[in-house]
Design a protein around this ligand. Structure first.
Ligand code: TEU
Ligand code: CA
Length: 575
C-alpha cells in the first residue's frame, strides 16, 4: 500500500460562481473563497477542487476558455489567484485546478484565427470538415442539443463541437496543439497548484472516419463510441503526463480525469499504475440514481444495484488499478440529498457517514455539508444552464410540448440544481451576495444554512465536521480494507474498515425503521470463528446519527435492535 497525501486528503469542490461574492456583482469569486477559508478550516477539509477559473465568455460557465493563462474577469485577477493559493497553502489546504483541454471557447484567439482561413496556422488545431452533400458532415449530436457541427462561413466548412457551439473541439492529433496543452499544464504547475482535474479528458480523440453513428429503432443515435474512450486518448494522456511531470513528481501532484462511459471494471485503463496516466477518475455512476423511465419521473432507489454494487466495485479495486474519488455529486448532477436521500437531514447524515468512512478520497460538493437540496422553487426561466436554453428552444414550439413536465424533468435532472448560491444564513440572498445572484437562490436557505447549523450541535454540518475529524484521526479509514455484510439487503448497508483498528458502519438506508435482526445474526455467524480483533463484544458506538443517543455505549448484539429511518451507527473496536 503506497501512502500519499491525496489519498488521505478530504476534498471539497467549489463551484466558484456560486460560493461567495465579494464585490457585489452577484457572481461568486476568488476573493469570496479567500474570505471563507476560515469556514473551510472549521469544516476540516484540506483539499480544494475549483471548477474552471480561466478567462471565459461563460457560455458554459468557464468550460469555454478564451485564455488558458489568465483568470476570468468576474473571478478576479491572476494576483487574486496567487493570493488564494498562498493562503490555502498557509492553511494546509491543497488546490486542484480544473483544466478544460478538450476544447476552447469560440472566442479564443486561436479559434478566431483557425476559422478565418484554411491556411491559418491554427486551422488544424480544431476539427473542420467539409459539408456532406450540402449538409452537416455526419449525424453526431452535441451533448447540449442539436448537431455537433456548426457551419463556418469563412472557410465554407463545419467545425465539431460535442458540447455547445461556443466550445469547438481541439484536434489532439496535431502535435503543436498538444505542445500548447503541455505548456498550459506546466504554467499552472509552476504557479504551485497541487493537481489537476482534466475536463472531459475521455473525449480528446474522435473516430477519424467521421462516419454516421448507428441509430436504433427509437431514433437514438449511438454516438458515444465515436467520441469517447478511444484508444489513442491513452497515448495522449501518457504523453502529457510524461512531458509535464517527472516520475519523482508523481506523488506530489494528483491527476484526476473526468470520464463518462467508464465503470469500476474499465477504469484501470486510465488509472493502472503501470500506465502512468491518471490517479483517479470522476465517473458518472451515481449521476442518474433513481431516475425514472422518462426524465420527469423518479422511482425508488435500488440500494443494491445502484449504490452497493458500484461502490463496492470502486472501493475494492486493487491498489495498483487506481484510487477512487468518493463523491456523490458535482456541478453536473442534481443535489446529493435530493437524489440519493429524501431531502431530510437524516438522509444527508447517512450519506455523509458512508462517504467519510469508505475507502478512497472523499470529495464533498459545496453545500452538501448543510444538505442543500434541488431547486424545487425554480420555474423554467430560473435555469441558467446552456443545455436548458438549447433544449427549451428546440422543444417549446413542438405541438406536444408540456411545460409542466418539462419543468419537472429539469428539477429531477438538470445541473443547475447543484449550482444555486451557497446558503450562508437567513438574510438577503443568504449573504452569498449583496446583489441579485446570477442564478436564483433556493428559497429553503432561510431554514437550511451554515449559520443555523453551526449553532446546532446535531446539525448535518457538525455531523460532517465530526466525521472529517474522525477520518483524519485514523488512516484505517483511508487505507483499511472494506468488508461488507448483507450485500443483498435492500435496506441495511453495513461494512467494516480494518487496518490497525476496526470500524463497523451500520446504516439503515431506507425511509422505514428497520430491524437489525438479520444483520446481527449474520455478523455473529461471520465472526464466530474470527480472530481476536473481530471480537464482537467489544465494539463501542462512537457515532450515532440519531442525536448521539447511543454514543459511548457498547453495542449490544443480543438486543432486538432496530434503526430509525436513515439512522447510521459507527462502531469502533476497543483495543
Ligand atoms: O462534463 C463532461 C460531460 O458531462 C460529458 O462529456 C460526459 O462525459 C458524457 O455525457 C458521458 O457520456 C464536463 C464538465 O463537467 C461540464 O460541466 C462541462 O459542461 C463539459 O465538460 C464541457 O466542458
Ligand atoms: Ca463577484
Amino acid at each position: 500500500m503506497e501512502k500519499t497525501w491525496w489519498k488521505e486528503a478530504i476534498g471539497y469542490q467549489i463551484y466558484v460562481r456560486s460560493f461567495k461574492d465579494s464585490n457585489k456583482d452577484g457572481v461568486g469569486d476568488l476573493r469570496g473563497i479567500i474570505d471563507k477559508i476560515d469556514y473551510l478550516k472549521y469544516l476540516g477539509i484540506n483539499m480544494l477542487y475549483l471548477n474552471p477559473v480561466n478567462k471565459s465568455p461563460n457560455d458554459d460557465n468557464g468550460y469555454d476558455v478564451s485564455d488558458f493563462y489568465d483568470i476570468m474577469d468576474e473571478f478576479g485577477t491572476l494576483d487574486t489567484f496567487k493570493e488564494l493559493l498562498e493562503k490555502l497553502h498557509q492553511n494546509e489546504i491543497k488546490l486542484i485546478m480544473d483544466l478544460v483541454i478538450n476544447h476552447s471557447s469560440d472566442e479564443h484567439p486561436l479559434f478566431i484565427d483557425a476559422k478565418s482561413s484554411k491556411k491559418s496556422k491554427y486551422h488544424d488545431w480544431y476539427i473542420f470538415r467539409d459539408a456532406n452533400d450540402g449538409n452537416v458532415p455526419n449525424n453526431w449530436p452535441s451533448f447540449f442539443g442539436g448537431s455537433a457541427w456548426e457551419y463556418n462561413d469563412e472557410t465554407s466548412e463545419y467545425y465539431l463541437h460535442i458540447f455547445s457551439k461556443k466550445q469547438p473541439d481541439f484536434n489532439f492529433h496535431n502535435e503543436d496543439l498538444r505542445k500548447e496543452i503541455i505548456k498550459i499544464i506546466k504554467y499552472w504547475k509552476d504557479l504551485g497548484v497541487d493537481g489537476f482535474r482534466f475536463d472531459a479528458v475521455n473525449h480528446i480523440v474522435k473516430d477519424e472516419n467521421f462516419d454516421d453513428a448507428k441509430v436504433d429503432e427509437n431514433g437514438n443515435i449511438d454516438f458515444l463510441p465515436k467520441i469517447q474512450n478511444l484508444s489513442m486518448v491513452h497515448d495522449y494522456i501518457k504523453e502529457l503526463r510524461k512531458a509535464v511531470f517527472n516520475p519523482s513528481d508523481y506523488s506530489k501532484y494528483v491527476l484526476i480525469g473526468e470520464a463518462g462511459g467508464i465503470d469500476y471494471k474499465s477504469a484501470y485503463k486510465y488509472t493502472h499504475k503501470d500506465k502512468e496516466e491518471l490517479d483517479m477518475l470522476f465517473h458518472f455512476d451515481f449521476h442518474s440514481v433513481g431516475r425514472g423511465d422518462k426524465p420527469h419521473l423518479r422511482r425508488d432507489i435500488n440500494l443494491v444495484s445502484e449504490i452497493k454494487v458500484p461502490l463496492r466495485g470502486w472501493v475494492n479495486r486493487e491498489d495498483i488499478e487506481g484510487w477512487h474519488p468518493l463523491f456523490y455529486s458535482n456541478h453536473d448532477t442534481t443535489r446529493t440529498v435530493s437524489r440519493l436521500g429524501d431531502d431530510s437531514f437524516d438522509s444527508a447524515k447517512l450519506l455523509a457517514a458512508i462517504q467519510l468512512t469508505q475507502r478512497g478520497t472523499p470529495f464533498i460538493y459545496y453545500g452538501d455539508e448543510i444538505a442543500m437540496t434541488n431547486a424545487w422553487n425554480y420555474k423554467v426561466m430560473d435555469f441558467r444552464d446552456v443545455a436548458v436554453k438549447n433544449s427549451y428552444s428546440f422543444e417549446k414550439d413542438k405541438s406536444d410540448f408540456n411545460e409542466e413536465l418539462f419543468l419537472k424533468a429539469l428539477l429531477y435532472t438538470n445541473r443547475d440544481n447543484s449550482r444555486t448560491p451557497m446558503q450562508w444564513d437567513e438574510n438577503l440572498n443568504s449573504s452569498f451576495s449583496q446583489n441579485d445572484p446570477w442564478i436564483p437562490l433556493n428559497t429553503n436557505h432561510k431554514e437550511r444554512n451554515v449559520k443555523a447549523q453551526i449553532k446546532d450541535e446535531n446539525s448535518v454540518l457538525n455531523f460532517y465536521k465530526r466525521l472529517i475529524a474522525l477520518r483524519k484521526s485514523d488512516d484505517t479509514l483511508v487505507y483499511g480494507k472494506t468488508i461488507e455484510y448483507l450485500k443483498d439487503d435492500p435496506k441495511i448497508y453495513a461494512f467494516e474498515r480494518i487496518k490497525d483498528n476496526k470500524y463497523l458502519v451500520i446504516a439503515n438506508y431506507s425511509k422505514e425503521s428497520t430491524s437489525l435482526k438479520n444483520f446481527i445474526a449474520h455478523y455473529k455467524k461471520e465472526n464466530e470463528y474470527g480472530y481476536k480483533e473481530n471480537n464482537i463484544d467489544s465494539l463501542e458506538v462512537i457515532i450515532d446519527s440519531d442525536n448521539k443517543t447511543l454514543e459511548g455505549t457498547t453495542f449490544n448484539f443480543d438486543l432486538e435492535l432496530s434503526l430509525k429511518p436513515w439512522q447510521v451507527l459507527i462502531l469502533k473496536a476497543r483495543n
